[in-house]
Design a protein around this ligand. Structure first.
Ligand code: UDP
Ligand code: MG
Length: 306
């Protein structure tokens, strides 16, 4: 039996040694054979040479280097594709997912659970903005898709059978948290406290996060598209009522030369058409990416090729 630990790294040269020194003894203490798969998501600092050095010193450490920054979701895909363990554990490289929980995750897996998910007890130290973003995103995601991922995290253990099914998912833009819920299987959760980051700050820019949120919602829900028809129908009903009233006034001879009504209607209709077209555009863009069928990531080099 083998455990795989998968960690994505983006510009984490200082953090990697700290993380490895923490997780290796913990993995060794579980008594299982293990491998570490470290993905360098196209970092611009020395991340790749640090990973290379670590894998030279310890042959249980395998590194994958992307040709450019493809994002954490792609790094997760690459690590899952490369892993060979009977159980696969995914965690962040910055130790915000406390590795002290790994033995507990493995125990739950031994007890027969195929997916063991980390649930955030608290969100740790975070800016008000990022807390607010998360709140709005998870609220919308729950409302649109029906999956409540509030406090969910990417800190998860998956059984080999779940990973095999995951590999058969073909979509280009993945959302690991949502898709692993969609896959089902026998699941359980454990609670953890988000630890503070020791080096640097979050690697996510607001634009990357907004992109991920839009992808996540549009890949799990058609509701925004259906919204357009709902808004359209409501507008139609409103227009009929307004038309009847206007005609009534006209026949009664009390109609005013109403500039206000005209301009308000213009703005309202114009605005909702733009919004609706934008929504359709987002879905078409997604279809476009999927149809192109490009790979999710490009591997520049790995530590295993000699
Ligand atoms: N990460 C990545 N590619 C990216 C951004 C982040 O592989 O484009 C990695 C990062 O190195 C870290 C993990 O994903 O190991 C979580 O990132 P971060 O701590 O910045 O996210 P946060 O904790 O703010 O959600
Ligand atoms: Mg972090």
């Amino acid at each position: 039996m083998k455990i795989s630990l998968l960690i994505p790294f983006y510009n984490e040269e200082k953090q990697i040694p700290i993380t490895l020194d923490t997780v290796v003894p913990i993995l060794a203490s579980t008594g299982y054979d293990f491998e570490l798969i470290l993905v360098d998501d196209g970092s611009r600092d020395a991340t790749w040479s640090v990973i290379g050095e670590a894998s030279r010193l310890d042959n249980r450490i395998h590194g994958i280097h992307f040709s450019r920054n493809f994002g954490k979701e792609s790094a997760i895909c690459a690590a899952l594709d490369a892993s060979v363990g009977d159980a696969v554990i995914l965690m962040d490289g910055d130790l915000q997912h406390p590795p002290q929980h790994i033995p507990e995750m493995i125990r739950l897996w031994e007890a027969g659970f195929e997916v063991v998910e980390g649930v955030k007890m608290t969100r740790g130290k975070e800016s008000l903005m990022s807390r607010l973003n998360a709140h709005v995103f998870y609220g919308l995601f729950h409302w649109f898709s029906g999956y409540d991922l509030r406090n969910a995290s990417d800190f998860k253990l998956l059984d080999r059978r779940v990973v095999a099914k995951w590999r058969r998912l073909r979509e280009h833009d993945t959302f690991f948290r949502g898709l692993s819920a969609w896959l089902g299987f026998k699941r359980t959760t454990f609670a953890f406290e988000v630890a503070a980051r020791q080096t640097g700050g979050s690697r996510w820019s607001i634009f990357k996060l907004a992109g991920l949120s839009i992808n996540a919602i549009t890949s799990f829900s058609m509701m925004p598209l259906q919204f357009i028809s709902i808004i359209g129908s409501l507008m139609l009903i409103g227009s009929v009522i307004l038309a009847i009233q206007t005609l009534f006034n006209w026949f009664a001879g009390t109609a005013a030369g109403g500039f206000t009504t005209v301009i308000l209607l213009q703005l309202l209709i114009g605005g909702s058409i733009m919004l609706s077209l934008g929504l359709i555009g987002i879905y078409i863009a997604r279809i476009f990416t999927e149809v192109k069928g490009r790979p999710r990531y490009i591997i520049g080099s790995t530590t295993d090729e000699k």
